[in-house]
Design a protein around this ligand. Structure first.
Ligand code: IMP
Length: 422
C-alpha cells in the first residue's frame, strides 16, 4: 500500500498530468486536493491528446477512483462540460466523486476575477480568469456555496441568487456589466442536475481507501511557488499547492503519507506575472518555448522560459518534503550546446543561496550560473538512465545533488512510453 503526493515544484506546467497518468498504473484512487480549472493537465495516449482541468488524471485507467476533493474550487458548468467531452470520447466517468465540501465557482466569480485584474492595471497578477481567487475569497469569507448544495436545487437557487445579486451590486458600483441572474441560474441548474449523482463525502472515501491499504495518489495542481503562503506572493494562486495541502484539501491525515513526488522540468517556465530570476529573453529562451511547446494548456498564453534554477527548486523540495524527483522535458534541451544551472543569486552585492521571501527582492536578484556542456543529440528514444548521453546524465545528477532529492523518473517526450523509472 502507498499514499503518495505528487506536486509541481515551481510555477506549474511541469508535466504533472503525464506523470500522474504514468504513476497510476498500480493506483486505486487519484485525488485532486486544491485549485480548480485554472489547471490544465495534458495527457497523451497514443495519438490521442487530452487536457484535463478538474477531472483527476487517473481517469484513463479503468476502475481508478477519481476524487475531486474538498480543497478545490469547482466550476460546475466547466466540470459538466469536461465530463461530457470525456464521455463522448469513450472514457468511463462513473469513477468520479465530487466532494460535498468543495466550493463552487460561478459566473460572478469569473467576472470579479476579470474586474480586479483590469482595475489592477500594471500590478495585475495575470490570473487565468477562471474565478479562482474570488471563489477562495468567498470560502474564507464564509459566504461560499459548497458542492453539497448541488443535491438540493431549492437551496442552491436561493444561495446562488443571493450571492449573484450581491456581486451585481458590486459590479454596478464599479461600472462593470451586471449578470443576468435568471440566465445564469438556468445554466447552473442544468449543471447541478448533471453533477448531483457524483457528489459525496469524499473525506470518507479517501480515508476508507487509505485504511484499506489501497494505493492512493494525490495530484497537485499549479506548483509550489504559486502557493498562497510559500510562493512568490502576491503573484500566486489562492490555494495551498504544496504537499501539505493534500491533507487539508482531502481530509487525509499526514501519518498516511509515504512518498512526495516533485515534478520539475529540466528548465524553468512561468505563466502570468511575477519574478522569474532565470528568465531568458534571447534566442535560447525562444528555442525552449518553441521546442518545448510552451503555451498554456488552459489559456494558450506563451509561457516565459528560462534556465533551471536550483535555488528556488531546492527551497521547493524542502517545503514539500520531496524525496523523489520526476524530471520532465529533458529532450527539449537536446539541441543546446551549453545548458546552465543557476546555483546562487547576487543581491545587493552579496551572493545568497536561499530564496528571498519578498517577491520584490526576488525580482532584483541576478542569477549566478554554472555552465554545463550540452549533449547535442536526441534523448527521445532513451528508456533507461544508462541510455541517456553522458552529459545529460551528469546534468540530472547535478540537479539531484543541488536540490537534495533522488531522480526517480525521467521524461523525454510527451507520450506515455517516453518516460522511464531510474
Ligand atoms: P489564478 O490561479 O487563475 O488565480 O492565477 C494566479 C497565478 O497562477 C497566475 O500567475 C496564473 O498564471 C498562475 N496559474 C494558475 N494556474 C496555473 C497552472 O495550472 N499552471 C501554471 N500557472 C498557473
Amino acid at each position: 500500500m502507498s499514499v503518495d503526493i505528487l506536486v509541481g515544484t515551481l510555477w506549474g506546467d511541469e508535466g504533472k498530468g503525464k506523470l500522474i497518468d504514468v504513476l497510476t498504473r498500480d493506483v486505486d484512487m487519484v485525488v485532486r486536493f486544491q485549485g480548480g480549472n485554472n489547471a490544465g493537465h495534458t495527457v497523451e495516449i497514443g495519438d490521442e491528446k487530452y487536457v484535463l482541468h478538474l477531472v483527476p488524471s487517473g481517469i484513463f485507467r479503468p476502475g481508478v477512483k477519481c476524487v475531486i476533493g474538498n480543497g478545490l474550487v469547482v466550476d460546475p458548468i466547466g466540470l459538466m462540460e469536461e465530463m461530457t467531452a470525456l464521455k463522448e470520447r469513450g472514457i468511463d466517468i462513473s469513477t468520479i466523486e465530487l466532494s460535498d465540501k468543495a466550493h463552487l465557482i460561478f459566473a460572478y466569480h469569473k467576472a470579479c476575477d476579470k474586474m480586479k485584474e483590469l482595475a489592477a492595471g500594471k500590478a495585475k497578477i495575470g490570473t487565468t480568469g477562471r474565478g479562482i481567487g474570488p471563489a477562495y475569497e468567498d470560502k474564507a469569507g464564509r459566504c461560499g456555496i459548497r458542492g453539497g448544495a448541488l443535491r438540493d436545487l431549492a437551496l442552491l437557487e436561493k444561495l446562488f441568487r443571493t450571492q449573484c445579486e450581491k456581486y451585481n451590486t458590486r459590479f454596478a458600483a464599479a461600472g462593470v456589466d451586471t449578470l443576468d441572474v435568471d440566465a445564469e441560474w438556468a445554466k447552473v441548474k442544468e449543471a447541478a442536475v448533471y453533477l448531483a449523482p457524483y457528489v459525496t463525502d469524499t473525506v470518507l472515501s479517501v480515508n476508507k481507501a487509505a485504511k484499506a491499504g489501497k494505493n492512493v495518489l494525490f495530484e497537485g495542481a499549479q506548483g509550489a511557488l504559486l502557493d498562497i503562503d510559500h510562493g512568490t506572493y502576491p503573484f500566486v494562486t489562492s490555494s495551498n499547492t504544496i504537499s501539505g495541502g493534500a491533507c487539508t484539501g482531502s481530509g487525509i491525515a499526514p501519518r498516511y503519507v509515504d512518498t512526495v513526488w516533485g515534478v520539475m522540468k529540466a528548465y524553468t517556465t512561468r505563466v502570468g506575472e511575477g519574478p522569474f530570476p532565470t528568465e531568458l529573453f534571447d534566442a535560447d529562451g525562444e528555442e525552449l518555448r518553441k521546442i518545448g511547446r510552451e503555451f498554456g494548456a488552459t489559456t494558450g498564453r506563451p509561457r516565459r522560459c528560462g534556465w533551471f534554477d536550483a535555488v528556488i527548486s531546492a527551497y521547493s523540495c524542502m517545503i514539500n518534503g520531496v524525496n523523489k524527483l520526476a524530471i520532465t522535458k529533458l529532450d527539449v534541451l537536446d539541441t543546446l550546446e551549453t545548458v546552465c544551472i543557476c546555483t546562487a543569486y547576487e543581491l545587493d552585492g552579496k551572493v545568497i543561496t536561499e530564496m528571498p521571501t519578498s517577491a520584490a527582492d526576488l525580482a532584483r536578484v541576478k542569477p549566478v550560473y554554472e555552465k554545463h556542456p550540452g549533449w547535442c543529440c536526441s534523448t527521445a528514444e532513451a528508456r533507461t538512465f544508462a541510455e541517456l548521453p553522458e552529459n545529460a546524465q551528469k546534468y540530472l545528477n547535478r540537479i539531484a545533488e543541488l536540490v537534495d532529492a533522488e531522480v526517480a523518473i525521467v521524461s523525454v517526450g510527451p507520450r506515455r512510453d517516453q518516460t522511464f523509472l531510474v
